[in-house]
Structure formats: structure tokens, C-alpha cells
Design a protein around this ligand. Structure first.
Ligand code: NDP
Ligand code: OXD
Length: 315
């Protein structure tokens, strides 16, 4: 029985970590598949379409990543259980990314950085935290943890999910029918949605114009977008258009429609955009290996798998 690791850049690190934890498990690294019948498990990030369906004895796919859009876009994906990566270290990293960027824009740091570059000593009014409404799109593992991390700062928290949810200290909204009300009551939008057929392109100019524009004097100069979900959720050109039209005040983007972000993109140099290279929450090889072996162990023992994805929902 072998585990196939499929990941363009860090496959050797993942394989080495698995081997260190369980030297008895044979580990292969794609594209060196060897005898296909031996491969029972796959640990995969962006596998080339068709690679998983070429494995006749495949029993389980472990996603290297909390998101599974990189697997589900393959129309030939075999009908085996798929588990996504859920890990306390990844969650903690995402929480620090969200807190960092909410604080950054709340405290108008983009403007202060610009003022510093021209040695300008200029006072800018800043909102009290309790006046600012942070709206989280996606109240799953990461959205809930992000809300918990933001709570001590005193922000008004709200969140939007597919099905109705409740979470301590968070005003909740669900479904398409409550989206506009959620947006109208949000100053800083933090996006932790999965990319599915229902969410693709959701972060577009019409949506940005629905964000709160009330009380600029005591809040922010305009709404803020923070996207750490997936690039396919957003229309990059609409973000730029909304920033330039004043419909958005600032943005922090960890993900893009096309990655790496093209050097020609105007987002790189925009004074009120913070760009990071899809590393809001890294999945470390040690944690991935530990997680994959735990799932494989549970599968072998016939125990329930955790974090199984639902192919119909797409996450
Ligand atoms: P979960 O599956 O735990 O949560 C997803 C949330 O999104 C749920 O609350 C779900 O609603 C909501 N949702 C899904 N579809 C819709 C919809 N159509 N309308 C409204 N809400 C919807 O995922 P995680 O929190 O673990 O991760 C979220 C995403 O974060 C991942 O899919 C991945 O894309 C991204 N990510 C990015 C990383 C980075 O480094 N940038 C790192 C890790 C993850 P409901 O609760 O009703 O099911
Ligand atoms: C993930 C990611 O989905 O890193 O975990 O993007």
C-alpha cells in the first residue's frame, strides 16, 4: 500500500515528513507513480486533471489545504472520500492574518505609510473600535476562529454563511436573501469563503457598492475588503475600479484570480492595497503529514473520517 504525494513545489518536504512519522508507509512522489495498483492514498494539492482517476485502487484523498476547489474542478475526480485539511496551526495563522489586516486598516496604516514616505506629520481621525463593524463572509472553521480572535478588540462582529448559524457575540446572516442586510451593516469585510459555483465572482463591484457607507466621520473613509478565501471569489478589476471610485477605501488581498499575481497588475502599486502571495495561512509539511497519517489510520481501522467534504456543496 502506497501514498502518492502530488504537489508541485513542496512534494519532497511532505513526503519526507510522512516518512519521518511512519517509515513503514511507502511514499511516492508524482509524477513517478510506479505500479498504479499499489497506490491507495493520495495527498494532493492541485493534481493535474485525470491523475487521480488513473489510480485504480485509490481509497482516500487528503487535500493539502483547507480549500478543495483545486480538486473539485477535475471532472474525472474518482468517487472516493475526500478530506480537507483542518489544523490548529493553520487556523491560528489565518486568525493573525485577519486581525493584522483589520487593525491595519482600522488604524489607517496605508495612509500613514504614504505620509511617512513624504515626511508629512499629519493627524488623521481614527474610529473607536466599538463603532466599527467587521463582517466575516464564511462562518466555518476559519470564520468562527477569526471572529473569536477579533472579539477582544471590541469590534461589532457580524457574519454571513450559507445556512443559518449562531456564534457567540456575532450577529449572523444567512443565504442570498440576507446578504444585502449583512453588507449594509459592514464596514470591514473579511472573506473566508470557499470557492464554489455559488461563490465564484461574488466579490464584485455591485457587491462593494452595497457595503456600509454610513457614518464616515466616526468610522472609516470607506469600506474595506480583506480576502483570504480564494482569488476566484473576486473580480480583480472590480476591486481596482471600486478603490479608484471611492467605493472601497482599502483592500488586503492574499488571493487573486490568477496566481502568481501578474507583474502588470495595478494592484501591486496601489497605495491602499496590501498584497500577500497566498500565504495567509500556510500548511506546514509536519502538520500535513501528521494529519494525513491520522486520516489514513482512521480509514484503515474503519473509523469515521473527519472533515469529509460534500461534493454537491463543493466544500
Ligand atoms: P469551512 O468549510 O469550515 O467554512 C466555509 C464557510 O463558508 C461556511 O460557514 C459556509 O456556510 C460558508 N459558505 C460556503 N458557501 C457559501 C455560500 N454560497 N453562501 C454563504 N456562505 C457560504 O471552511 P474553512 O473556514 O476551513 O475555510 C474557508 C476557506 O478559506 C477555504 O475553503 C479556503 O478557500 C480558504 N483558505 C485560504 C487560505 C489562505 O492561505 N489564503 C488558507 C486556508 C483556507 P455554512 O456554515 O452554512 O456551511
Ligand atoms: C488552503 C490554502 O486552502 O492554503 O489551505 O489556500
Amino acid at each position: 500500500m502506497a501514498l502518492l504525494v502530488i504537489s508541485s513545489s513542496r512534494a519532497h518536504q511532505f513526503a519526507a515528513s510522512v516518512h519521518e512519522l511512519d517509515p513503514s508507509l511507502e511514499v511516492r512522489i508524482a509524477p513517478a507513480l510506479g505500479k498504479l495498483d499499489d497506490i491507495r492514498y493520495a495527498l494532493a494539492w492541485q493534481p493535474p486533471p485525470g491523475m487521480l482517476s488513473a489510480l485504480p485502487k485509490l481509497e482516500l484523498v487528503v487535500s493539502i489545504g483547507a480549500g478543495v476547489d483545486h480538486l473539485l474542478h477535475d471532472p474525472s475526480l474518482p468517487d472516493v472520500p475526500i478530506v480537507r485539511f483542518v489544523d490548529p496551526d493553520l487556523t491560528q495563522r489565518m486568525c493573525t492574518y485577519i486581525v493584522l489586516n483589520v487593525l491595519y486598516h482600522h488604524r489607517r496604516m496605508c495612509e500613514f505609510r504614504e505620509l511617512q514616505s513624504t515626511k508629512m506629520w499629519t493627524y488623521l481621525p481614527e474610529a473607536a473600535a466599538h463603532k466599527l463593524r467587521v463582517g466575516i463572509m464564511g462562518l466555518g472553521v476559519l470564520g468562527r476562529a477569526a471572529a473569536d480572535s477579533l472579539r477582544p478588540f471590541g469590534y461589532c462582529l457580524r457574519a454571513w454563511s450559507r445556512a443559518p448559524k449562531s456564534h457567540c457575540g456575532v450577529a449572523t446572516y444567512a443565504g442570498a436573501e440576507e446578504l444585502d442586510a449583512f453588507l449594509a451593516a459592514t464596514d470591514i469585510l473579511a472573506v473566508l469563503l470557499p470557492l464554489t459555483s455559488a461563490t465564484r465572482g461574488i466579490l464584485n463591484r455591485p457587491l462593494f457598492t452595497k457595503l456600509s457607507r454610513n457614518g464616515r466621520d466616526e468610522r472609516l473613509p470607506g469600506p474595506v475588503l480583506i480576502n483570504a478565501g480564494r482569488g476566484g471569489l473576486q473580480i480583480d478589476a472590480d476591486i481596482l475600479a471600486s478603490l479608484n471610485a471611492g467605493e472601497l477605501y482599502a483592500a488586503s488581498l492574499d488571493v487573486f484570480q490568477s496566481e502568481p499575481l501578474a507583474r502588470t497588475s495595478e494592484l501591486w502599486a496601489h497605495p491602499r492595497v496590501v498584497v500577500t502571495p497566498h500565504n495567509a495561512a500556510e500548511s506546514t509539511p509536519e502538520a500535513i503529514a501528521h494529519y494525513a497519517l491520522a486520516q489514513i489510520g482512521a480509514h484503515k481501522r474503519g473509523e469515521p473520517l473527519s472533515n469529509l467534504i460534500d461534493r454537491i456543496r463543493g466544500y
